[in-house]
Design a protein around this ligand. Structure first.
Ligand code: SF4
Ligand code: SF4
Length: 472
């Protein structure tokens, strides 16, 4: 039975209800009257439920599909302006006891290089990341209670926050580790993490059990209910996602939105971010054996429909996608991207030997962070290294109320410009710096509140004179 208030995964996800949703969406995919009514509702910027959004996703009318993309772009512009938040993944360990059939870190892979960074190696990685200009990281580990216990993750977070190399600092550490206990989530919260990220991979229980044949991750309910435990442990920013390609994308889309509805219903705040990874080639993983792969057009439509359904939620795309797809995804609704990423353990400080590959997936966008920043600026976006909300305690519903108040443009834009200025001063190539300075001059005029604008102008000048770390 479907119940979004239930704390049991089978009830708040409910396979039966998703199947009914997909049937309803199929029956109405050309229903112009209903589609127009759903779009009217979406124009109010209050979001859509999973059923309404599923009808949009199924829609086969070209003019309505164009309107979905147009509206997604418009909503994104309203909530995020031109800002794109930058981050990088940091792989700490690829030891894993699970048997996920789509990931090369699965326990049966005996030839992949297994690595776990020492605290000294983490220092080297973080210095390399700071020297690129990164301020926000997503920690990644496999699941292994012996080789990668929670104590190791906590110690690593402490190490990362402690490193201040030149003008660098990691100001927000998001964490992507396996589903765990309320007690461990509480420890992560106390360690000062930003968002807790956990991908569902697939919401389809039967497929989930087959795709995760062995290890603790096999437990669908424990995994799916992890965000509730995280919130119970005090973490109020959680990041959801599925791995597109494993199951039928329309099923995953409905499951993802139902998960968001459940979190909002029970905890008063939906996911802080949604990620949209697609399955990619890696070591012993061939994506073509998974027969639910989606083409670029479908992928972009999923992004646009998520943007319309959950306007306040950040959307993340990684370097799994190539430059061309990332450019189109930004228009469709993405608000955060990684740049200069390495998906191997220890990949920032040292290049890996050919026979030593420890990557989780092949990267499709190999550009440096500076190249990505310059590309964004040339496209008219403002690359942002802002981490202010988390540091000001604006998380969970406090963050959402900032979004909903419409004050985000008075807060995020100056923060984005100030952190971009820091990047330009400390890390950018001469071409990027020139383009960035011109962009800042143009964008600063768009800060609506005159006092805020004046404050930002003063601090931009001070950053130019060597001062750092101002924020709203
Ligand atoms: S997806 Fe995560 S849990 Fe599964 S094998 Fe890879 S690292 Fe381990
Ligand atoms: S002010 Fe908050 S919401 Fe805005 S960019 Fe910074 S961290 Fe994000």
């Amino acid at each position: 039975m479907y119940d979004k208030y239930s704390m049991v995964a089978d009830e708040f996800i409910s396979d039966d209800e998703i199947n009914e949703t997909l049937k309803y969406a199929d029956e109405n995919k050309s229903n112009r009257e209903l589609l127009s009514a759903i779009l009217d509702k979406a124009r109010k910027r209050k979001g859509l439920d999973h059923r309404e959004a599923s009808v949009l996703l199924a829609c086969d009318l070209p003019d309505i599909n164009d309107e979905i993309f147009r509206l997604a772009g418009e909503i994104k512009k309203d909530f995020y302006g031109d800002r794109i938040v930058m981050f990088a993944p940091l792989y700490l360990s690829n030891y894993c006891v699970n048997g996920c059939v789509y990931c090369p870190y699965h326990a049966k892979n005996k030839h992949i290089a297994r690595k776990k960074l020492t605290q000294d190696e983490i220092r080297a990685e973080v210095i390399a990341l700071q020297d690129m200009g990164h301020k926000r990281l997503a920690l990644e580990t496999g699941e292994d209670p012996v080789n990668c216990p929670i104590e190791y993750v906590l110690e690593s977070i402490k190490t990362i926050y402690s490193i201040k190399h030149k003008n660098g600092a990691i100001r927000r550490v998001n964490v992507n580790i396996a589903a765990t206990t309320v007690e461990n989530y509480r420890k992560l919260k106390e360690a000062g993490i930003g968002t807790y990220i956990l991908f569902q991979e697939t919401y389809h229980k039967k497929s989930y059990l087959q795709l995760h044949p062995t290890g603790p991750k096999h437990d669908y309910n424990y995994h799916t209910e992890a965000m509730d435990r995280a919130m119970e442990g005090g973490i109020d920013d959680v990041g959801c996602g599925v791995l597109f390609g494993l199951e039928l994308y329309r099923y995953e889309f409905a499951g993802l939105l139902k998960h968001a509805e459940h979190l909002e219903a029970v905890h008063g705040v939906g996911p802080h971010t949604i990620s949209v990874p697609r399955i990619k080639h890696a070591d012993d993983i061939d994506p073509s054996v998974f027969d639910n792969g989606i083409d670029d057009e479908t992928f972009l439509k999923i992004i646009a429909c998520i943007r319309v359904a959950v306007p306040y939620t950040g959307m993340i795309i990684s370097t799994r996608e190539n430059k061309n797809v990332r450019e189109r995804a930004l228009k469709a609704g993405i608000s955060q991207i990684s740049g200069g990423s390495r998906t191997s353990v220890g990949g920032y400080a040292e290049e890996e030997e050919e026979d030593e590959n420890s990557s989780q997936f092949d990267v499709s966008d190999n550009r440096t962070l500076d190249e990505v920043v310059k590309w964004l600026i040339d496209l008219g976006y403002v690359p942002s290294f802002c981490t202010a909300c988390y540091r000001e305690g604006r998380t969970g519903d406090r963050f959402m109320s900032l979004c909903k108040s419409g004050q985000i443009q008075n807060c995020c834009l100056p923060n984005a410009l100030m952190t971009l200025k820091e990047y330009l001063m400390d890390y950018a190539s001469p071409e990027t710096r020139k383009a960035g300075e011109e962009l800042i001059m143009r964008e600063v005029d768009d800060i609506p509140n005159p006092r805020t604008r004046e404050f930002a102008e003063r601090h931009l000048e001070e950053i130019g004179n060597g001062e750092r770390d101002f924020r709203f």
